[in-house]
Write a protein that binds this ligand. Structure first.
Ligand code: FHN
Length: 683
């Protein structure tokens, strides 16, 4: 019996025995599970597979990467021939793990299967794996052994999207005719994917992280993500899973729309968030040049200095850094990758203490660099990562009110005390004329208790508009301060109201809050306006039918056109905002029109995920603007509506490549969900 049929039987058998995890994990249990990852801060990403064989070159062009099968439109039967050429005779798992360890990395995330569907492990449910190549060795088995030898956490990247398996949908637009989807069964694909995940999670020992990807196509949903999350955790309860297991990641910024989205951490890609996000775990993944998979022509390498400063920046904001290497088809890390890993390793040898087991620094911004911190025994150790060394020898730390007990250079084994001068709203450290490190020098400050930094309070609420009352939270992490606020936009004084719990608003207010110690403000004020609005009145319309009307426009745009100025090429109706059956799949625009029935007065949040651009209007009000050429990203918007019918319109376009449109809403006090067809009507 071919492997693939065996898989289905095994998968169905497994599903019958799956033991669901306990419904909820306590915060203490969650923190315990996340602890090693939070303390590690730094890992190696490895993208390796058949795409290393063409190494970015195809048809005379050299700018391809791991997406080469799709972007170069290589037919499956041609791409499969790379199997015969994949023979990485130079592959040495221990050398890879040593290179990561010497760079100061604590975990490795390797592509067990990327979008092309090729498995770099011995899979009993697929003939498209490394055992079908001349290499005939289980790469992940060897890597798992090397990781155990060197105490490195092994983690897997696994793509939900699969351009090889006959049951995966959708097909690539350019190969729909040559590779029709007749008989494809997505449920059967999901069972196959689960079977491969079961192999990965039972044959290679403890796995630290399952790093899902390729979750953005319309066939994958948040509910499927929740199911997959539970499935994986049932196999290895202590495993950590990223937020790409679900379908609520907001594009390359990488964060999920809500706290209850599936996944344990956010995944900003090729970018570092502007600020940290207290209470949110996240990891920036980044290439050293421009490609994840090996591209021999790509010499656009980031400098070691930039990579080290990225590490400081990310740790300073409380994130992890997953830095990528794309090995060659021979099984080697490219020379420039090794050079950078070695340079980072030298820096980490001296300064790793300022990265490992630290949390985000207490400053919103520092003029000279970044900061991390570590609490221990009633004290806090602040690590100042200095990018720009002060020419005058005076390192000014603005906003630090805590008296400094000890100050020294992390690179100084003798920890020679540095002179400290305390100013009313800053501490000044006298430092040597020459920076100890040309890229990032670390100055250590020991202070008593938690850092007292003149950070203003945080002001937050469900939405910035409300129709009845709104609870606003005024918060700070600082010790021994009172929070005082006003509602009229004026700066609070020692006589202003103290915020003890949520502040309930009944009218529009400009909430302005500051931290006080006694009658003295010890922070700048923070300000946020919340507006009470009348719900938009419902409309009276008779004779409606279920579903939405839509007009189809042929064309190629970079942004949503004004469809009113164009002539539709076709019209019709759909039960919901669903473009999936529209043909052709590229170079077209759609406008859905109709009415949406809302059940009660209140503030409704609409979410629109699309590839490419989209916008949502209620009546003449633009509520969500997700326009532009981009991958599947989500944008949201709020509007106050009275119970009843409201005109709704969604504009959408797809230029080329993948496509997708998902429209969801969250009713007052409800959770985010797809808009049911029963709430949609048309004339
Ligand atoms: O499409 C993939 C890409 O090939 C690569 O794996 C990155 C790394 O996170 N993720 C996707 C693009 O967002």
């Amino acid at each position: 019996m071919p492997k693939k049929f065996l898989s289905l039987i095994l998968a169905l058998a497994f599903l019958a025995t799956a033991v669901p995890l306990s419904a909820a994990e306590t915060k203490a249990q969650h923190d315990a599970r996340m602890q090693w990852w939070r303390e590690a801060r730094f890992g190696l990403f490895i993208h390796w597979g058949l795409y290393a064989v063409p190494a970015g070159t195809w048809g005379g062009k050299t700018n391809y990467g791991e997406w080469i099968r799709h972007t170069a439109q290589i037919p499956l039967e041609v791409y499969d021939k790379f199997l015969e050429r994949f023979n990485p005779v130079e592959f040495d798992a221990e050398a890879w793990v040593r290179a990561a360890k010497n760079a100061g990395m604590k975990y490795i995330v390797i592509t067990s299967k990327h979008h092309d569907g090729f498995a770099i492990f011995d899979s009993k449910v697929s003939d498209f794996d490394c055992m079908a190549t001349p290499f005939k060795r289980d790469i992940l088995k060897e890597l798992a052994s090397a990781c155990r030898t060197y105490g490195m956490k092994l983690c897997f990247y696994h793509s939900i999207m699969d351009w090889h398996h006959p049951d995966y949908l959708p097909r690539r637009p350019w190969e729909e005719k040559s590779r029709p989807a007749f008989g494809a069964d997505f449920e059967r694909y999901v069972a196959y994917m689960k079977e491969q995940l079961k192999e990965l999670l039972t044959n290679y020992g403890d796995i630290g992280v399952l790093w899902f990807d390729g979750e953005w196509e319309a066939t994958w949903t948040e509910d499927r993500g929740r199911d997959l999350y539970q499935y994986v955790r049932a196999l290895q309860p202590n495993i950590i899973i990223n937020n790409r297991v679900g379908a609520s990641r907001s594009g390359m910024e990488g964060f999920s729309e809500s706290k209850d989205s599936a996944g344990d951490f956010g995944t900003p890609e090729q970018q570092i968030p502007g600020t940290g996000l207290p209470g949110v775990d996240w990891e920036t993944c980044m290439t050293m040049n421009d490609n994840w998979g090996y591209n021999k022509a790509d010499q656009n390498w980031k400098s070691s200095r930039d990579l080290i400063r990225n590490l400081s920046d990310i740790a300073g904001k409380g994130g992890n850094f997953l830095l990528n290497v794309g090995p060659t088809a021979e099984g080697l890390f490219p020379g420039p990758s090794l050079e950078r890993l070695e340079a980072i390793g030298r820096w980490m040898k001296t300064n790793g203490e300022a990265i490992y087991r630290t949390t985000a620094g207490p400053f919103k911004a520092l003029p000279f660099g970044r900061a991390t911190q570590k609490a221990a025994g009633g004290r806090t150790r602040l690590y100042l990562h200095v990018f720009d060394w002060p020419a005058d020898g005076r390192l000014v730390v603005p906003g630090l009110l805590s008296p400094v007990l000890k100050a020294y250079l992390l690179s100084d084994p003798a920890q020679k005390m540095l002179k400290i001068e305390s100013l009313p709203t800053a501490q000044v450290v006298t430092v040597p004329a020459a920076a100890p490190d040309s890229d990032v020098s670390v100055v250590v400050l020991d202070i008593s208790g938690k850092p007292d930094v003149s950070e203003p309070p945080r002001i937050s609420a469900e939405s910035e508009i409300f129709t009845d009352t709104l609870d606003v939270r005024v918060e700070t992490d600082r010790d021994n301060v009172e929070l005082r606020y006003t509602l009229d936009g004026t700066a609070p004084t020692a006589f202003s109201t103290t915020a003890a719990g949520p502040v309930r608003l009944n009218e529009t207010a400009a909430v302005t809050a500051a931290c006080f110690r006694g009658d003295r403000p010890v922070s700048e004020p923070a300000r946020r306006t919340f507006t009470k609005v009348a719900p938009r009145p419902a409309v009276a319309v008779q004779g409606l039918k279920t579903g939405l009307s839509f007009d189809f426009y042929a064309g190629e745009w970079d942004a949503l056109p004004d469809f009113k100025k164009l002539k539709p090429a076709a019209s019709g109706w759909r039960e919901t905002f669903d473009p999936s059956t529209v043909e052709p799949k590229e170079k077209y625009g759609l406008e859905f029109r109709g009415y949406i029935r809302v059940p009660e007065d209140g503030v409704y949040t609409f979410f629109v995920s699309s590839d490419d651009g989209s916008r949502l209007w209620i009546g003449d009000a633009l509520v969500v603007d997700n326009d532009g050429l981009h991958g599947m990203i989500v944008r949201r918007g709020d509007i106050a509506l009275a119970a009843g019918l409201h005109p709704v319109r969604v504009g959408y376009f797809n230029r080329t490549g993948d496509r997708g449109l998902i429209v969801e809403w969250q009713a007052p006090g409800g959770k985010k969900e797809a808009i049911p067809g029963t709430a949609l009507f048309r004339k």
